[in-house]
Design a protein. Structure first.
Length: 301
């Protein structure tokens, strides 16, 4: 096992502009903002200037470019420049944890227990894998088997986090809040040089497949319909028109009685009439003829 990077990027510290290694003008920031918005839908707030500087300065250093303007020019010149991937990876925020927003997982378990066909779940912004593995653990527990009739497709735009998820190796402290029974059932503890690390058991790993998918892209390399879609804590980075477009594309990918899970601060009722609330941040398709009370904008059942 190898040491893995945690789900967050290194912290950035504010430096006076004069102490910066590279010149970074307001125009450079505006260019970055427009470029990442077009590529990934990520809408960066004004307050993110320092974060953008520190994350992209690492790229400039890595490839030996001494000016933001030259770096951005070289990206804009060719849409298939491989540096676009590193640029995008640098600007995503990947904070996640096992069983984050824990109230969702018993709802998932109940939902899948009632079903007869093999279960298919899409985790649409999976970051470093803690979320899709939490889904897979829940499926194993629901079916009381390490090989339940189920699969989880985990996607993200960021290729670095997908690689971490695929490896399934984490710092042991990521399991601190997990029951020891669960941790023992689904993880192997590293010894010797690997002490302090845990590895997802192969049975769990086999349930999850990782793939790059940009929610903004015109084509999504997945086929539904899914019993469940997890799309948590990513819509907050998008503006409302982008959120609405993505939600309308979820509709044909969800089974008629499927569930859509959102993050704690995301409210899809403001941007889509296709879904209605079924519980706290859990949505179902709004079928025609269904009672309209639950479609009140901003309301939660
Ligand atoms: C804050 S993390 C949330 C992770 C997980 N869903 C959770 O709730 O713990 C947001 C993730 O969204 C991904 N992301 C950002 N823009 C995206 C896009 N356009 N398409 C797909 N994933 C994107 C980021 O790379 C990041 O891993």
């Amino acid at each position: 096992m190898h040491k893995t990077s945690p789900g967050t990027k290194p912290a950035s510290f504010s430096k006076p502009e004069s102490a910066r290694e590279f010149e970074f003008t307001p125009r450079d920031f505006e260019r970055v903002r427009a470029m990442i918005y077009r590529r990934a839908g990520i809408a960066l707030a004004d307050s993110k200037q320092e974060m953008v500087y520190s994350r992209l300065a690492r790229r400039l250093r890595a490839i030996g470019i001494h000016s933001f303007a030259i770096y951005l020019d070289s990206l804009e010149k060719t849409s298939d420049n491989p540096e676009w991937e590193a640029f995008t990876n640098a600007l995503t925020t990947n904070l996640t944890s096992f069983f984050r927003e824990a109230h969702h997982f018993p709802i998932l378990a109940e939902h899948v227990k009632a079903r007869r066909d093999p279960i298919s779940v899409w985790c649409a912004a999976s970051s470093t894998g803690e979320e899709p593995y939490s889904i897979a653990m829940t499926l194993c527990e629901a079916f009381d088997s390490l090989t339940p009739p189920a699969q989880v497709i985990a996607t993200d735009i960021d290729t670095n986090v997908l690689a971490v998820g695929e490896k399934g190796i984490y710092s042991a402290d990521r399991l601190e809040k997990m029951s020891s029974e669960r941790a023992k059932r689904f993880f192997l503890r590293g010894k010797g040089e690997q002490a302090g690390l845990v590895r997802v058991r192969s049975e769990l790993q086999n349930l999850v497949s990782f793939k790059r998918l940009n929610l903004l892209s015109d084509s999504w390399p997945i086929t539904g319909p899914f019993d469940v879609i997890f799309c948590r804590n990513v819509m907050i980075y998008f503006d409302k028109p982008t959120q609405g477009k993505i939600l309308s594309r979820f509709v044909p990918l969800l089974k008629p009685d499927g569930l859509l899970f959102a993050g704690h601060s995301e409210n899809f009722l403001y941007v889509s009439e296709d879904f209605r609330l079924r519980g706290k941040t859990v949505y179902e398709l709004a079928k025609s003829g269904a009672p309209s009370g639950s479609r009140l904008v901003g309301g939660e059942k």
